[in-house]
Design a protein around this ligand. Structure first.
Ligand code: 5GP
Ligand code: ZN
Length: 147
């Protein structure tokens, strides 16, 4: 995909906008979030513009997860207080995406960080086994139909 001229993460990857870069290689760049929800909040982005996970090249997606794993290990070795890690990715406004260049959030977690996942993530639905089986079957069909 052609790089959009107004994409802030493309500008960061290209060095046209400032960022506190922590890691980069030929596929991905990781930098600190400008408006962190917890200290050390990191973003990992593909170097080549992709709007969301669905458009993302599979190799870049795999690289993003591998780099998240390495960054999580590095955070744990750094002086930053960290007892756990959350990974988060949003695709589409309804899911909370606000910057439309795919990115994986890496959130170092600490018991006193005051960060709470949205209440609805903790309130669970309770579908029956038949509903789960029907849904799984339709997803298997959709998977099989992918090129
Ligand atoms: P989303 O809401 O799309 O999942 O996450 C977008 C993230 O990008 C937010 O956490 C936001 O703070 C971060 N962000 C937005 N603009 C900038 C920027 O110019 N630089 C950096 N480093 N982070 C940004
Ligand atoms: Zn971009």
């Amino acid at each position: 995909m052609q790089e959009p001229t107004d994409c802030i993460f493309c500008a960061i990857v290209a060095g046209r906008a400032p960022a506190a870069i922590v890691y980069r290689d030929e596929h991905v760049t990781a930098f600190l979030d400008l408006f962190p929800v917890v200290p050390g909040h990191l973003l990992i982005v593909p170097n080549r513009h992709a709007k969301g996970l669905t458009e993302l090249d599979a190799d870049a997606a795999a690289r993003m997860v591998a780099v998240a794993q390495r960054l999580a290990a590095a955070v744990r070795r750094s002086p930053m207080p960290c007892e756990g890690i959350n990974l988060f990715m949003a695709e589409g406004p309804v899911a909370g995406q606000t910057v439309f260049h795919c990115h994986l959030h890496v959130l170092p977690r600490h018991g006193s960080d005051g960060f709470h996942l949205g209440g609805s993530f903790l309130e669970r639905l309770n579908p029956g086994r038949d509903d789960l089986d029907t849904l799984a079957a339709s997803l298997r069909s959709a998977l099989a139909a992918l090129e």
